[in-house]
Design a binder for this molecule. Structure first.
Ligand SMILES: *[C@@H]1O[C@H](CO)[C@@H](O)[C@H](O)[C@H]1NC(C)=O
Ligand SMILES: *[C@@H]1O[C@H](CO)[C@@H](O)[C@H](O)[C@H]1NC(C)=O
Ligand SMILES: *[C@@H]1O[C@H](CO)[C@@H](O)[C@H](O)[C@H]1NC(C)=O
Ligand SMILES: *[C@@H]1O[C@H](CO)[C@@H](O)[C@H](O)[C@H]1NC(C)=O
Length: 359
């Protein structure tokens, strides 16, 4: 009897310990730091003080985010916010515009609405931080980290452990190639040639990121830009659900991006690059396709009308405004890039595996 009680007691202790361990595992960050490069899909306030129309620091943006309006172009969290949570990081990664010395140890978000791979992309909306400028900003952060940590070897080793995500290229189509009246590229290049030029420039930029110490880098392909409510309104669909010619043009970029990632892994000895297939992830597993309509009332530029009342059932919408997904759509993207559901979602690794790799 007594021994049975002891056994039961031991069993209970083991169960309690297991639960305790689970809690600890969840609370333990997978990586010490996370750096974010991108456009309005992941901007968290860098554009607030720029002279540009591409900013979202007004209501109804942020309606489902407890701190409210921050400059995020969605109702709640961006996919980068959610990837940070999945990595076990407790605080949101701060925007470059306001990051303090204490904060930069955990990473920085450089993303800027309307920015692109090409420097001129987004010019028609005003100022923006192109990927070239985001990389310059990262160079200043690496210098600041080196000064703070006072040991260059330590900083180099530290930077290798971080996760980096890069989400670029949408604006090179929406706010460049698809506006031939404003930008020369759409007048002089075929879609194929334009995709080739973008990839050539992107290749140099991703190599520069590696040269600044990054090793574990997830690069997001383009989603179905022809299915955004704003492009549908602008171009019409000929009875199809989406603007096919736009989806076709952006696929030419994606089919070149995946082999670029393979080349970078082959060329750069410590490179651990991975390709996130956004079109695979945005194809629902259950086959239920939600309509391509925005949740908020749109201005002519595709953003929400200031202080308008958005749809009440925001979990049933893919699009918050004319271009940007809702938090629930961002959650699907973040979840499946972190833990792939289909073998085509991420290759060669999903982000959870990328985090575990040792370089
Ligand atoms: C600098 O950092 C490296 C790597 O962490 C460590 O091995 C080395 O002892 C450090 N040097 C000094 C002077 O602290
Ligand atoms: C888009 O590509 C598909 C498949 O290659 C093709 O059938 C279709 O005609 C293309 N549509 C447009 C508008 O270019
Ligand atoms: C992305 O995944 C889809 C499957 O959903 C596949 O058809 C497509 O080829 C993939 N794209 C690339 C660039 O690998
Ligand atoms: C995303 O993943 C989290 C945690 O794994 C899960 O609780 C949530 O339901 C998922 N959300 C979506 C929209 O897939």
């Amino acid at each position: 009897m007594a021994s049975k009680l002891v056994l039961l007691f031991r069993f209970l202790i083991i169960v309690a310990l297991m639960q305790f361990q689970t809690v600890i595992t969840i609370a333990q960050p997978q990586v010490p730091c996370y750096f974010i490069f991108g456009d309005s899909l992941v901007d968290n306030g860098n554009n607030n003080r720029l002279r540009t129309e591409a900013k979202a620091n007004y209501s109804p943006y942020g309606i489902d985010f407890p701190p409210g309006v921050t400059g995020r172009f969605t109702n709640g969290l961006t996919s980068a916010d959610i990837i940070g949570q999945l990595l076990g990081l407790t605080d949101f990664i701060p925007p470059f515009a306001t990051a303090t010395n204490q904060e930069i140890i955990r990473g920085v978000n450089y993303a800027s609405g309307a920015a692109g791979i090409r420097d001129d992309t987004g010019r028609e909306l005003g100022d923006r931080i192109s990927l070239d400028r985001q990389l310059l900003n990262h160079a200043t952060i690496v210098s600041r980290l080196s000064l703070l940590q006072r040991n260059r070897t330590f900083t180099n080793e530290y930077l290798k452990k971080c996760i980096y995500t890069v989400n670029m290229g949408s604006n090179d189509y929406i706010n460049n190639y698809l506006m031939p009246e404003e930008y020369i590229a759409g007048r002089i290049y075929t879609p194929d040639r334009f995709a080739e030029l973008l990839i050539r420039k992107y290749s140099l930029q991703l190599r520069r990121l590696y040269n600044l110490g990054a090793r574990k880098i997830a690069v997001f392909g383009l989603g179905f830009l022809g299915c955004t409510p704003a492009e549908i309104a602008r171009f019409g669909t000929n009875g199809e659900p989406c603007v096919e010619s736009i989806n076709n043009a952006t696929m030419l970029f994606n089919v070149r991006l995946k082999p670029l990632i393979d080349d970078l892994n082959n060329d750069l000895p410590q490179g651990r690059f991975t390709f996130i297939n956004v079109t695979s992830i945005s194809t629902p597993e259950d086959g239920v396709v939600l309509p391509n309509v925005p949740c908020c009332q749109l201005r002519s530029d595709g953003q929400c009308v200031p202080n308008s009342i958005p749809c009440p059932d925001r979990n049933l919408f893919i699009w918050y405004d004319g271009y940007h997904p809702t938090q629930v759509a961002n959650t699907v993207l973040a979840n499946r890039s972190y833990t792939a559901l289909s073998p085509t979602d991420a290759s060669p690794y999903d982000i959870s595996r990328l985090a575990q790799l040792t370089v």
